[in-house]
Design a protein around this ligand. Sequence first.
Ligand code: ASP
Length: 350
Amino acid sequence: MPGKSPITAFKLGFIFVLYCHTKGVLLSGFSQVLVIAACGCLLRMKPVIVVQGGAGRIMPERKKAYLLGVKQAALSGSKKLQQGGSVVDAVEEAVVVMENDPIFNAGCGSVLNEHGEVEMDAIIMDGKYLETGAVSAVRNIANPVKLARLVMEKTGHVLLTDRGASQFAKAMNIPEVPGESLITEKAILRWKKNKKPVDCEQALGTVGAVAVDSEGNVACATSSGGKTNKMLGRVGDTPCIGSGGYADNFSGAVSTTGNGETIMKVTLARLVLFHIEQGKSPREAAETALKYMLDRIQSKAGLIVVNNSGDYAAVFTTDHMSWAAVKDDQLHYGLSQGELHTCSISDVPL
Ligand code: ASP
């Protein structure tokens, strides 16, 4: 039986007690409480984590590395949850794993701006009280998502940029890394090939994660190097609340990927949650929002979404989006339209 949200699980226990009464089985007050509590604990959903590794068109020779990267990230995030970490810890962990993996356009592996430099964006959001932290155009740090979390937890602000973000990173003792250590051969080749900002098909590899725990708490995180040859100081959708991500315990959490300039126009992450609030499932909400974006501004994108009852979806209108999820001790993953692999987490062919 699939896991239930805490309230549903307790309700089922209550219904069972009523059923016993109708059948003439009288339970003492203490036994009734025990039965309801046991149902609440046993039927309760298990935490879920979903990650994405960017939407666009993935070259056949790179597919394996993308899939390996998202699977590792989903498993690391899931492990955090199993060890008692919060949903915020889990999405941060999953995104850090992908920022450290040079296949992705985030942290090491980020695409280069018009001057051949790395400038990165990131956001993290806690759905409990809508706490958010974000950074934009940051340089010389390995994990922008960690800095975004510090903005959320240690400042009264939501978004720090450029020089101010760097000063804050220093104040928080985040180690400075040489800019070159974040630059890969692939990023240099891409930069040389493109004379002007390119469309989202080529700016592939943004990373993100969403998670829900057994209490229905949700969180999201997204991190990106942005678009190849972007103008100096360009800020994408990733650090913009409601565009690159959004998390609200009342509905769910979303992380998006694609062309930032068009994602921002439809505030894609918030739009998906609006449809969940209207009663749609995560898949229906994601498909409705992505169709709106395609019809309204002819732009494709991808996203991952989880609702507060633990249902999730990974949906994209681009050719590909690498994604992976851990739910009920199973690892699910895919990359092309309709592709879905499932295996037990104890049996992962990494
Ligand atoms: N959304 C990112 C940006 O435009 C790029 C991507 O997701 O591929 O900055």
